[in-house]
Design a protein. Structure first.
Length: 365
């Protein structure tokens, strides 16, 4: 078969179509079919051909439930066994199934096509779902100590890191599906079939030489228009067993904030919140107009319908100076943060207008 040296414009235009296809599959919120999921896992164990026997298949409602199960199974003997001979094989799934197809692709593509498809063929996807769950589980289990043994949260962290997560395979699945379906490359059909089934039928997998825990998918996933995890007053990630994560435009929130709609957030929370990123989110959600009112901003100077304000309370890392404008026709108050070195309302207006004096700006507009 001759080498493919260049993609046509029509072929290039199809890449986003295949990416959208695999994003939809990987971020599905449908309940898994346990029978099909078990069949997919068993076929994967056969296909990797490392001499493993068929594992015992277990099901859990969420990655958190799976980690809890693993923690209860721990014993000093199991830890010693793991340290001497690690038995987690979840990470092998991706590497093993893509090795042969990658080799075949290298033989069929010219350098230009390689450059065009490099990101889709050889790089794992960094995605918000994996990042948020991974960080949350690490934090949760870092505080759990097994009273009978020792604190083995480090072991749980390793298992989370090595488990198989369908979401991070989106790039690979996009690239190989595109190459197979559009470019008609030669490929190992059985391996491709097995790997597709893992992505399509399973959630997260904690795979070992003797057992494999199959996690169900989330019940709900909520994103903003930039595909960042986001929900207001409800979880951004929610599993059927109640394991949930709250997020505001991609920033993970503690439950005390996340379960309350931003319209009900209170400005005085800023005075006790120590985390700078969470303070920033609270300021964004509450809005400066309401912060001015609730924290009793001090009036420093006025010019026309503009007022320069300062919030004296310790609400942020540096003093909060605000330029407040009251609309003459609607009385709607809009507040914009300005640098704390502003000495007058007019100077603050000039800063907001990129150095243009307010009288000159009024003439220009």
């Amino acid at each position: 078969m001759s080498r493919i040296e260049k993609l046509t414009p029509e072929q290039e235009a199809l890449i986003p179509v295949y990416r959208e296809k695999w994003q939809k599959i990987a971020f599905s919120t449908e309940r898994i079919d346990r029978e099909k999921a078990a069949e997919a896992v068993k076929a994967a164990y056969v296909a990797i051909d490392f001499g493993y026997e068929q594992p015992e298949i277990l099901f859990q409602e969420s990655p958190y439930a799976a980690c809890n199960w693993l923690l209860k199974r721990l014993s000093p003997e199991l830890i010693d066994s793991y340290l001497n001979e690690p038995n987690s094989i979840g990470g092998m799934f991706g590497a093993n199934f893509f090795h042969e197809p990658s080799t075949k692709i290298n033989q069929q593509f010219g350098s230009q096509v390689h450059r065009q498809l490099d990101n889709f063929l050889y790089h794992l996807t960094g995605n918000p779902l994996t990042h948020e769950i991974f960080n949350d589980l690490n934090e949760k289990f870092s505080t759990q100590v097994n009273e009978e043994l020792n604190d083995y949260s480090w072991w749980i962290e390793i298992q989370i890191n090595e488990c198989f997560q369908p979401e991070i395979q989106i790039n690979r699945m996009t690239g190989f599906d595109f190459c197979i379906s559009v470019l008609k490359i030669d490929y190992p059909q059985q391996e491709w079939k097995v790997f597709q089934s893992l992505i399509q039928e399973c959630g997260w997998l904690f795979a070992y030489d003797d057992i494999c825990i199959i996690c169900d998918r989330p019940l709900h996933l909520r994103f903003d228009n930039q595909n960042r995890l986001h929900a207001e007053g409800e979880p951004a990630i929610e599993f059927t067993d109640g394991y949930s994560l709250y997020s505001y435009h991609g920033v993970t929130l503690p439950e005390k904030y996340g379960k309350i709609h931003p319209q009900q957030w209170q400005a005085n929370w800023l005075l006790t919140e120590e985390n700078a990123e969470l303070r920033r989110v609270l300021i964004q959600g509450i809005g400066y107009a309401r912060i001015c009112q609730e924290l009793q901003a001090i009036e420093l100077d006025t010019w026309a319908e503009y007022t320069l304000l300062k919030i004296d309370a310790d609400a942020d890392e540096e003093p909060i100076y605000l330029l407040k404008m009251t609309c003459p026709s609607t009385s709607f108050i809009h507040a914009l943060r300005v640098p704390p070195n502003m000495n007058s309302a007019r100077e603050a207006i000039r800063w907001v207008n990129w150095g243009i004096d307010p009288e000159e700006f009024a003439v220009q507009t």
